[in-house]
Design a protein. Structure first.
Length: 377
C-alpha cells in the first residue's frame, strides 16, 4: 500500500471516529429530551409549552442567542480545564476552586491596581486570574507527580480551601460595606462587552457590528477568548510535541516513560494549563460579567464543566458545542420558569444528558470489547 493510500485510510478512519463520537453525543441529547417529557408530564405541564419556552429562551431571538453564548463561556473554559488533563490520564475535579481563585485574583488586581491604561490593566487582571488558577492546578499536579497523591482527592480538597480563602476570608477581609463581594473593579479593568463595539472609534467600523448593540447584553470578550482557546488547544494537542507527550502519557504512562517522555513533567504541565483555563473563566466572570468578585458567582461552573467535557468527548471543538448546549439549557430555563415550568425540570434534563452520555459511552466500550473478543476467537 502506498503512502498516499495509507494517509487516505488514516484520514477516513479519523473522520469515521469523529462521526461516531458526534453520533453518540447527539443520541444522548435526543434521548435525554425524550425522557425529559416524562418528567414534564409528571409535573402536570405541557411538553409543547415547556420545550417551546426552552427554545424561545435560548435561541428564539438574537438577544437570547447572545445571552446563551454568554452563559456558555465559563462552561467552555471549565470544560477545557477537565479535558486537557484528561488527555494525560488525569481527572481534574478542581475547576471550581481554580475558577474561584482566578476570579478573586482578577478582582483584586482590577480594584487595587490603579492609574494603569485600560489595555494594560485588563490584560494584567486577566493574567493574574490565569496565574492564580495555574498555581491552584500546580499544587495537585506536583502532589500527583512526586507523591502519587490521587488528583481527584487533592483537587476536591483544594476546592474547599478555595471557597474558604476567597468567599469567606477574602471577601470579609477586603470588602467595603456589607455587600458579600470585593469592591467594584476600576473601569480600566473591565473586559469589553460586545454591545460596546459599535461605540468604539476603530472597532465600530467593523461590518455588521451593530448587531451586537442590544440593550442589556452581557456577552463579553471572554467568549472570543474561548473560541481562540479552542484553536490553540487543538493545535497544542495534535500538532506539537507537548501535545503528543500529553496523549502518550494518558494512553500508557509506562510506555511513554520507556520512550523517553517524563510523565511527571507532563502531569504538571497538564494540570497547570487546565488550572489556568479555569482561572480565565473566573477572570471573565469578574471582569466581564459582574465587575466584582461576588459570592455565588461560581454557580457550579466547575462541576458542570465536567459534564461539558464528557459530552464534548474531551475535544476542544466538541467542548464548545457542548458548552453552547448547557448554556442554552440554562438560558432557556429562565423562560421555562416564566411560563410556569419548575426550574428543576431543566436540572433534570441536564442530569439526563450526563446520564445518557455515560450510558452510551459504556455501550460503546461494551461493543468494542465484544468485537475484540470475537476477532480474537
Amino acid at each position: 500500500m502506498s503512502e498516499l493510500q495509507v494517509a487516505k485510510t488514516e484520514t477516513g478512519d479519523k473522520i469515521k471516529n469523529v462521526m461516531v463520537e458526534l453520533g453518540f453525543s447527539l443520541a444522548s441529547i435526543i434521548i435525554a429530551l425524550l425522557v425529559g417529557l416524562i418528567f414534564i408530564v409528571l409535573a402536570d405541564e405541557s411538553p409543547r409549552v415547556a420545550y417551546g419556552a426552552l427554545y424561545v429562551g435560548s435561541v428564539g431571538s438574537l438577544r437570547e442567542f447572545m445571552n446563551t453564548l454568554w452563559r456558555s463561556t465559563p462552561l467552555i473554559f471549565t470544560g477545557y480545564a477537565l479535558a486537557l488533563p484528561f488527555k494525560a490520564g488525569l481527572f481534574n475535579i478542581g475547576g471550581e476552586g481554580q475558577l474561584l481563585v482566578g476570579g478573586f485574583a482578577a478582582g483584586f488586581v482590577g480594584f487595587y491596581f490603579t492609574g494603569l491604561p485600560a489595555i494594560l490593566h485588563v490584560t494584567l487582571a486577566v493574567l493574574a486570574g490565569m496565574v492564580a488558577g495555574a498555581i491552584w492546578g500546580l499544587i495537585p499536579g506536583i502532589l500527583k507527580a512526586f507523591k502519587g497523591a490521587h488528583e481527584v482527592i487533592t483537587t476536591i480538597m483544594l476546592n474547599y480551601i478555595a471557597v474558604a480563602l476567597t468567599l469567606r476570608y477574602g471577601i470579609n477581609r477586603f470588602r467595603i460595606g456589607g455587600r458579600q463581594a470585593l469592591p467594584i473593579i476600576q473601569e480600566t479593568a473591565e473586559m469589553l462587552r460586545l454591545n460596546e463595539l459599535a461605540e468604539m472609534p476603530v472597532l465600530g467600523r467593523i461590518p455588521f457590528v451593530e448587531i451586537f448593540a442590544l440593550p442589556g447584553l452581557r456577552l463579553h470578550f471572554n467568549f472570543v477568548l474561548a473560541l481562540i482557546a479552542a484553536l490553540i488547544l487543538w493545535f497544542l494537542l495534535w500538532k506539537t510535541t507537548t501535545g503528543y507527550e500529553l496523549r502518550a502519557v494518558g494512553f500508557n504512562a509506562s510506555a511513554a516513560e520507556y520512550g523517553g517522555i517524563s510523565s511527571n513533567k507532563t502531569i504538571i504541565i497538564a494540570m497547570v494549563i487546565g488550572g489556568a483555563l479555569a482561572g480565565l473563566a473566573g477572570a471573565g466572570e469578574v471582569l466581564g460579567t459582574h465587575h466584582t468578585f461576588i459570592s455565588g458567582m461560581d454557580a457550579g461552573y466547575g462541576f458542570t464543566g465536567i459534564a461539558v467535557a464528557l459530552l464534548g468527548r474531551n475535544h476542544p471543538f466538541g467542548i464548545v458545542l457542548a458548552g453552547l448546549l448547557f448554556g442554552g439549557l440554562s438560558q432557556g430555563g429562565l423562560e421555562m420558569q416564566f411560563v410556569g415550568v419548575p426550574s428543576e425540570i431543566v436540572t433534570i434534563i441536564q442530569a439526563l444528558v450526563i446520564f445518557f452520555v455515560a450510558s452510551l459511552q459504556m455501550l460503546k466500550w461494551y461493543l468494542a470489547e465484544r468485537k475484540a473478543k470475537g476477532e480474537a476467537e
